[in-house]
Design a protein around this ligand. Structure first.
Ligand SMILES: [Fe+2]
Length: 250
């Protein structure tokens, strides 16, 4: 498909709420209830707090309506959801982050695939990612990543480093809060991985941005290595520091 057409097409996409089926509602309800219960002692405080802030518009009773979610998000931190067909080109992804837009799909896995996903669905994108965009430090960090991605769009090395940072923080990050807690959306939205962190004894490394940018990742297998941050403030300061370092090199 012509790439320009592809981008044009997803920019006009929206959630068609009336098209969700009974099974979709059942899938959302099942996943939401199971994971909220599972995360009570595992997720970071900020995630649970943000989720509770969103309880009128994100709960087990119905699939979230993006218009209602956007109104709440916008009020809190200025972020909104951008509907996309699935995985999108990295330059477009960073451009959206810079504009305080998080890209999300609208489709849901089916009841036979509760724990299996080839591509992220809206349970991952919305339940896993969206609540923490209510947290200012986390939201600032994500926006800064987007801004750096746009600024250095022609620098392959920086783009690779940013993808590694994104992977080991927003997607699979851990945080120290009276023990190891979860904040990465890939873990928060996965029943198996959110339990595996505590039972599979993966390698958990204290947060180190220089180590992250030198660490390759594999997106087709369960993670064996995670990085644990002390706080979202430290996370944000680290990306500011990184921005200064690459500005000197550029
Ligand atoms: Fe994700």
């Amino acid at each position: 498909m012509n790439r320009a057409f592809f981008i044009l097409k997803f920019k006009t996409m929206k959630q068609h709420y009336e098209q969700y089926t009974e099974e979709d509602f059942l899938v959302w309800n099942t996943l939401f209830n199971r994971q909220v219960e599972n995360l009570q002692e595992k997720s970071c405080n900020e995630y649970l707090y943000c989720l509770s802030q969103l309880k009128e518009v994100m709960n087990a009773d119905s699939i979230p309506d993006f218009n209602l979610l956007n109104a709440q998000l916008k009020l809190a931190t200025g972020w909104t959801i951008e509907v996309v067909p699935g995985l999108i080109p990295v330059d477009e992804f960073f451009a959206l982050l810079e504009k305080k837009k998080f890209s999300a799909s609208t489709w849901l896995r089916n009841m036979e695939q509760l724990d299996y996903l080839e591509e992220p669905d809206m349970f991952h994108d919305i339940f896993g990612h969206i609540p923490l965009f209510m947290d200012q430090s986390y939201a600032n960090f994500a926006q800064k990543m987007g801004a750096l991605g746009v600024k250095h769009a022609s620098n392959e090395e920086v783009l690779l480093q940013l993808q590694r940072i994104y992977w080991f923080t927003i997607e699979f990050g851990l945080i120290e809060q009276n023990g190891i807690k979860l904040y990465g959306a890939g873990i928060l939205s996965s029943f198996g991985e959110s339990n595996g962190i505590y039972t599979n004894k993966p390698q958990i490394i204290p947060f180190d941005l220089l180590a992250i940018i030198a660490t390759d990742f594999c997106n087709s297998e369960i993670q064996t290595k995670y990085f644990s941050i002390p706080s979202f403030e430290v996370l944000y300061r680290s990306i500011e520091q990184y921005a200064k370092q690459i500005a000197v090199k550029a």
